[in-house]
Design a protein around this ligand. Structure first.
Ligand code: SAM
Ligand code: DTB
Ligand code: SF4
Length: 347
């Protein structure tokens, strides 16, 4: 019998020290997974995974220098830049995602920060996608408090803005905006009332200490992000991080497990990089506490597992799609796997 949603007050902490986080990351692997999975079962259905689909609504030609990113104008990755997408196309793609079983639609734009006139168009997209009964998410770069408020008022459910790595390692990866500016945007998003989605990238050459510091920053925010994407670096030819030695898969799983322990009520997303992972590694990530994925053949510009492969993985693991609490009318078509409610209704 699961006992999800039973809050033990002492589980939810905002005062994690770096020493504590470092010690968790260094636990024997089985001890760490046992602890993470036990906590996971306390707060969530361990067989339910939240399903988001990504769409790049404005691609490439970005002025920032994030060394991992194929969309920076500074690197020659062969990516074709595209202007802000038309509303009709966004709605078409959102309907497709919904038919395929996604309950959240995440719109990404290669901006340092959106201009107010871009925001007018994006707000129309948010309203239209919400009208389809889906949860909405956007990732558009830095936001002022006023911009965040406008998006919140339009009904945007989640805003994604990653801290990406530790404060120390950050300067090795991005020079065109500071770590503090990231935190400022997160504060503006939180103050607007939207749900916060913030995480980082593993596999950029950082150390375990950087993993600890990044996780500590997230877990000591005044409120934990509701969604914590853990990306494995997708190495793209032409970006400065292409050719880096990959991360030890067990270290990646350790980060997922520690995120689960530090932020027990948050959804931890096994985010970018799944195309480069074996099924066994994904299963281990779900066991360690990951309970959200990006679903659909494409992330923003790089590939994601084929939908058939994900359907089969879910079926083999007995995992089903989580039913969102906040979406008005999730008129789902062919869900990626039967939901808990669907199964219960059928019996
Ligand atoms: N331009 C906006 C920004 O940077 O906030 C929004 C889009 S940006 C692509 C969103 C996030 O995607 C980045 O913060 C980074 O964490 C992640 N990302 C980008 N390229 C990646 C890659 N090659 N591998 C893994 N994650 C990546
Ligand atoms: C996040 O943490 N990962 C997503 C989303 N937020 C926007 C992006 C992953 C991008 C991977 C590289 C690409 O496809 O361009
Ligand atoms: Fe631009 Fe975002 Fe890519 Fe950085 S991560 S280069 S801000 S699109």
């Amino acid at each position: 019998m699961h006992s999800f949603n039973v809050t033990a007050k002492s589980d939810i902490r905002h005062d994690w020290t770096l020493e504590e986080v470092t010690a968790l990351l260094a636990l024997p692997f089985n001890d760490l997974l046992y602890q993470a999975h036990s906590l996971h079962r306390r707060y969530f259905d361990p067989n339910a995974v939240q399903i988001s689909t990504l769409l790049s609504i404005k691609t490439g030609a970005c002025p920032e220098d994030c060394k991992y990113c194929p969309q920076s104008a500074r690197y020659h990755t062969g990516l074709k830049a595209e202007k802000l997408m038309d509303l009709d196309e966004v709605v078409r793609q959102a309907k497709l995602a919904r038919e395929n079983g996604a309950t959240r639609f995440c719109m990404g734009a290669a901006y340092r920060n959106p201009k107010d006139r871009d925001l007018d168009k994006i707000i129309d997209m948010v309203i239209a996608v919400r009208g389809l009964g889906m949860e909405t998410c956007a990732t558009l770069g830095m936001l002022t408090a006023a911009q965040a408020k406008r998006l919140a008022d339009a009904g945007l459910d989640y805003y994604n803005h990653n801290i990406d790595t530790s404060e120390n390692y950050y300067r090795e990866i991005i020079t065109t905006r500071s770590f503090q500016e990231r935190l400022d945007t997160l504060e503006n998003v939180r103050a607007s009332g939207m749900h916060v989605c913030s995480g980082g990238i593993i596999g950029m050459g950082e150390s375990r200490d950087d993993h600890a510091a990044m996780l500590q920053t997230l877990a000591t925010l005044p409120q934990h992000p509701e969604s914590v994407p853990i990306n494995q670096l997708v190495q793209v030819e032409g970006t400065p991080l292409h050719g880096r030695e990959g991360v030890d898969p067990f270290d990646f799983i350790r980060v997922i497990a520690v995120a689960r322990i530090l932020m027990p009520k948050s959804h931890v997303r096994l985010s970018a990089g799944r195309s480069q992972m074996h099924d066994e590694m994904q299963a281990l990530a779900f066991f360690a506490g990951a309970n959200s994925i990006f679903y659909g053949d494409k992330l923003l510009t790089t590939e994601n597992p084929q939908q058939d492969a994900d359907r089969s993985l879910f079926a083999r693991l007995g995992i089903h799609a989580e039913t969102p609490v906040s979406a008005g009318n999730p008129a789902q078509g062919t869900g990626i796997a039967e939901s808990h409610e669907q199964r219960c209704a059928a019996t």
